[in-house]
Design a protein around this ligand. Structure first.
Ligand code: NAG
Length: 423
């Protein structure tokens, strides 16, 4: 039997129309089911703090505006809501280029007035001091510029760093300061006061209810639980420290973010998302691993200088999960019901627009994620580059082992007198 071309075209067009219809129906059902799950989760009221003891930790540099507008009042409120018998606030700031010290001095005064245990360190050491500080003979935490490069920030003139000149690495510097923020944990313990949870806060907009929801993730059963953070909503911010259940960096910076099916499925059901690492503006840790004796207790660190010299870097906020013995046992989780912003606009965009994300964002998100995985664009070539460098480094010496391999990225980050930059 011969099918005439006209009839052929007709059949083809019907098949295409039917496929599109099925696709539209499928997407609609999928979006409805995801929205239903998210609505259900979002409607649960934040659980009370109960009687757990919480150690709040925070590190600051040049963030006066968000501190004065949001953060200082929010921390003051949070500490009051937890209750002064159950909270300690540890804050460290150094060398800010605005009046961050003034904003934190206000917090210091307010906490003193309220009788809340705290330690606010306003250190006079500047970034300029750090970059001009004489190195010790080991050069630990320093690296040589691989090429000559010019830098500036919006408000400074260009300046140049010569090839082979020594510069401090950004991450070991941050790790050192974070460990300083944690120090009152030990001094409080000597007084007989120990804490159940460590809550690290970035300079973000958040509420007490956000912290309550975060702490109650999986009924408190976790090595660590993180928020989601947004600087320019709806784009997720902290891809440097976030790794999904399979150790992959986020596939997209918009919902549903993850490449791993396990992580993505949990997110779509509004459940805590199992990940290998996260930080995201606000993270709660089970305090126990930080308490072990000084030598074996959990601390913040950077990757070894020898590995960093190969032009790879990793966030101290990711490595801490890789090093945490509790991560394997209790897991690291992102709680998608807790969303913080780096300013009021970002916070509002992800918290006060009804159920988040919108039906449209869900439909676009699931398909974008699917297409990226189907077209095999999920695994960036950068992963292979980093793996090869890690292998090279590992071959040189059997002691060259990095447990946080999933944290590595193809970057070299250095401290500058006016901030930080890529080398
Ligand atoms: C918040 O931050 C974003 C991104 O940096 C910026 O575009 C926006 O104008 C900021 N909003 C306010 C109120 O400062």
């Amino acid at each position: 039997m011969i099918i005439r071309p006209r009839v052929q075209r007709l059949i083809l067009s019907r098949i295409i129309k039917a496929s599109l219809l099925i696709l539209a129906l499928w997407t609609t059902l999928e979006v409805l089911s995801i929205r239903r799950a998210l609505t259900l989760e979002a409607s649960k009221p934040p659980p009370p703090f109960g009687n757990q003891k919480i150690f709040i930790a925070s590190l600051h540099w040049t963030d006066e505006r968000v501190l004065r507008e949001y953060w200082v009042p929010a921390v003051r409120q949070l500490a009051q809501d937890i209750g002064r018998d159950n909270v300690f606030v540890s804050v460290f700031e150094s060398g800010s280029l605005d009046d961050t010290k003034g904003a934190l001095r206000d917090l210091d005064d307010q906490l003193t007035e309220l009788g809340i245990d705290h330690k606010v360190v306003l250190d006079e050491t500047t970034h300029l001091d750090e970059v001009t500080h004489p190195r010790d003979a080991s050069n630990k935490g320093w690296i040589q510029m691989p090429t000559t490069k010019s830098y500036r920030q919006d408000w400074t003139d260009w300046f140049e760093l010569q090839k082979d000149s020594w510069v401090p690495r950004r991450i070991p510097y941050l790790a050192r300061l974070r460990n300083q923020v944690m120090e009152p944990l030990a001094s409080q313990r000597i007084k007989g006061i120990t804490y159940d949870k460590i809550l690290w806060l970035n300079d973000v907009v958040f509420t007490t209810a956000d912290v309550q929801t975060l702490l109650a993730t999986r009924d408190g059963d976790y090595a660590a639980a993180c928020a989601l953070d947004f600087k320019q909503a709806p784009r997720f911010y902290d891809s440097f420290a976030t790794r999904d259940a399979q150790g992959h960096a986020p596939l997209t910076d918009t919902w549903p973010f993850f490449r791993s099916a396990v992580s993505r499925d949990a997110l779509m059901q509004g459940q805590p998302v199992p990940v290998s690492s996260c930080w995201n503006g606000m993270v709660a840790f089970d305090a126990a691993p930080f308490y072990h004796s000084r030598s074996s207790g959990l601390t913040f660190r950077g990757i070894p200088d020898g590995l960093a010299r190969k032009h790879v870097e990793a966030s101290e906020c990711c490595l801490v999960h890789a090093d945490n013995p509790l991560s394997a046992e209790k897991g690291v989780w992102v709680n998608p019901d807790v969303r913080v912003g780096y300013n009021g606009t970002a916070y509002e965009a992800v918290n006060h627009a009804g159920v988040w994300p919108s039906a449209y964002a869900i439909a676009m998100g699931v398909w974008r994620n699917r297409m990226l995985r189907w077209l095999r664009l999920a695994r960036a070539p950068v992963d292979w580059v980093v793996e090869a460098r890690l292998r090279d480094w590992g071959r040189v010496d059997s002691a060259n082992v990095e447990p946080g391999a999933f944290c590595l990225i193809d970057e070299m980050q250095v401290l500058l007198w006016n901030g930080w930059g890529h080398a």
